[in-house]
Design a protein around this ligand. Structure first.
Ligand code: ZN
Length: 339
C-alpha cells in the first residue's frame, strides 16, 4: 500500500509500505477513505519535534475490510469514524468519558493513517459506524470528527461554553475554527475569534463568530476585556499551544471562568503569580474525541453542521508533500488527502 513517511523535518514522501494485518484479536483493518494533515504534524515538519522515518497521520474515516475474532460491534463493510487515540471503551477512565487517557490507549499517529489502509487497535472501543454508507459530500465533515472537530468540541465543553456565555477563541487554525462552531452549537451568545487573516476571519464568521479581534497577546487581552465590560470572557478556548497563547487565554478569562486548552503545548510555563491571581478554571489536554463521536456523527449525518468547510485544500495522497508545504506556509488551513 502507499503511505506517507516523514524522513526528516521538511522531508515528506509517499512510499510503498507493507499492508497492515490483524495483530490482536481486537483489531480491525480499514481501507482509508479520507485522511488529512493535522496542525500537530507541522511541529516535527518544522523541526520543533524530532522525527526520523515516521509514518504519519492520525485522522481517518474508512471502510472496514477485516476484523479480529474478538471484535463484536464493527463488521466488514461498515463505514467507520474513529478517534486519534485507540481506546478500549471499558476501563474506568474510558467510562468516565476520558478515552484519550484509556489505560490501554494506542496513539493512531504511531500507526499512521495517511495511508491506503490502517490497523485500528481496540476496534470495538475506538470505531463508530455510520448509519449507512455516507454520501460523498459528507466525507470531509465526517473526517473532521476524527480529531479537529472533536478536539474543538472538547475545548468548548472544557471551557463550559453554553447559553448566556461569551466565549473567546485563541487561535484561528482548524481547531480554533472548530471551537467556534462548537461554542455556537452549544448555545454561546457571543463568540470572539482572534484572527489577523482575512480568509480565516471569514470562515470564523461562517462558523458563528460574532466578533473578531486582530490583536495578539496582551493587546488581545485588553481588546477582549473592552468587548466584555472589562470583565473578560466567561469561557476561553486555547488552540495554539504557545506561551503567548496560553497566557492570552488565561488573561482573557474572567474570574470564575473556564479555559479549555487543546493546543499541543510547546515550552509553555505558566507563572504561578498570574495563575494564582486569575481565579480561573483550567482544563484541557489531548481531547477525548471518542466521547463526542456519536453526537457529532449524528449532527453531520443530519446536515445540521458543516465542519468539512475547514478543508480548503484537497489532494490525492500521492501529493501529501504539497499538503504539508501549503499548511506550513499558511497557504492552506487544513489539507485533506484522498488515498
Ligand atoms: Zn479505556
Amino acid at each position: 500500500m502507499r503511505a506517507v513517511v516523514m524522513h526528516e523535518p521538511g522531508d515528506v514522501r509517499v512510499e510503498d509500505r507493507p499492508d497492515p494485518r490483524i495483530e490482536e484479536p481486537t483489531d480491525a483493518i480499514i481501507a482509508v477513505t479520507a485522511a488529512c494533515v493535522c496542525g500537530s504534524d507541522l511541529w516535527p515538519y518544522r523541526g520543533a519535534e524530532s522525527v526520523h522515518d515516521q509514518v504519519m497521520g492520525h485522522e481517518y474515516v474508512g471502510v472496514v475490510e477485516e476484523v479480529g475474532p474478538e471484535v463484536s460491534t464493527i463488521k466488514g463493510g461498515d463505514f467507520v469514524v474513529g478517534s486519534f487515540w485507540a481506546s478500549d471503551g471499558t476501563c474506568e477512565i474510558c467510562r468516565s468519558g476520558y478515552e484519550a487517557y484509556c489505560v490501554h490507549r494506542v496513539p493512531m499517529g504511531a500507526i499512521g493513517t495517511q495511508a491506503q489502509r490502517a490497523r485500528i487497535p481496540l476496534a470495538d472501543g475506538t470505531l463508530v459506524a455510520t448509519p449507512a454508507m455516507p454520501d460523498e459530500d459528507l466525507l470531509p465533515s465526517l473526517l473532521t470528527a476524527s480529531d479537529v472537530l472533536g478536539t474543538g468540541w472538547f475545548a468548548a465543553v472544557a471551557a463550559e461554553a453554553g447559553p448566556g456565555k461569551t466565549v473567546a477563541v485563541v487561535g484561528d487554525g482548524a481547531v480554533g475554527l472548530m471551537g467556534i462552531l462548537a461554542a455556537r452549537r452549544l448555545g454561546a451568545d457571543r463568540v470572539i475569534a482572534c484572527s489577523r487573516h482575512e480568509d480565516r476571519q471569514a470562515l470564523a464568521r461562517e462558523f458563528g463568530a460574532t466578533d473578531i479581534v486582530t490583536e495578539r497577546g496582551d493587546d488581545a487581552v485588553v481588546r477582549i476585556k473592552e468587548l466584555t465590560d472589562g470583565l473578560g470572557a466567561h469561557s476561553t478556548i486555547e488552540a495554539v499551544g504557545t506561551q503567548e497563547s496560553m497566557m492570552q487565554a488565561i488573561g482573557a478569562t474572567r474570574p470564575g471562568g473556564h479555559v479549555g486548552f487543546v493546543g499541543v503545548s510547546h515550552d509553555v510555563a505558566i507563572p504561578g503569580g498570574p495563575l494564582f491571581m486569575a481565579g480561573v478554571h483550567l482544563h484541557g489536554g489531548p481531547a477525548p474525541v471518542r466521547r463526542f463521536l456519536p453526537e457529532l456523527i449524528d449532527l453531520i449525518w443530519n446536515r445540521e453542521i458543516d465542519p468539512g468547510r475547514v478543508f480548503d485544500l484537497q489532494l490525492p495522497l500521492e501529493d501529501a508533500a504539497e499538503g504539508y508545504r501549503a499548511m506550513d506556509e499558511r497557504r492552506a488551513i487544513k489539507a485533506l488527502l484522498w488515498p
